[in-house]
Design a protein around this ligand. Sequence first.
Ligand SMILES: [Fe+2]
Ligand SMILES: [Fe+2]
Length: 210
Amino acid sequence: MGKYEEMFDYVKEILSEYDLHGGAAKHKIDYSRFDHIKRVYRWMLELYEALEDKQEIDIDALRIATIFHDCGYGNIEEEPHAQTGARICREYLEEQGYEQKRIEFICNLVAQHSDKKLLQTDIPMELVLLMEADLLDDTGAQGVVMDVWMEAKEENATLDSIRDHIKRYSVCLAEKNPMRTKKGKEIWTEKRRIVTEFFEAYCHDLEAEA
Ligand SMILES: [Fe+2]
Ligand SMILES: [Fe+2]
């Protein structure tokens, strides 16, 4: 087994209890935090592949930080998940004999990943890619499905309340473009087009004669 597969397995085990209860942070829907990590990892690779100056990226550090970025969710009652995640990551890397300087760099990526307002500031490109990849999950077509799923779990949900939920979350979120890399911006623009088109079509479907 490769080292990244081992890390994925380690994180899966850490999150197993949390995911068993449907990922408490996402409330009523059955949301696997581990599956989110795998999707973010895939987005991260897509963003990385599209970079022109990818030789400047420490892809090993970025892979590790992405795998560990949300592993701290099991402890959110106690402290922010990014802090717990950084601690778990540090223990793991120390155990594996990584040098301190490297551990520091990787764990800083994990610790800072939630603070998305840093995205437009002077931060390492590895952190830019991790944040962008994280933002690309649960948005666009998938975001709309999650809106429908969450709203449908509410008591007295109707077709109209589902429309309003989509408007409040996916439509509103798609309006801004928080991405920084060229590829990230392109993907976001496409997600926005899909969300807007779907929303407008759905609104039209729900129109009724008074
Ligand atoms: Fe996170
Ligand atoms: Fe995440």
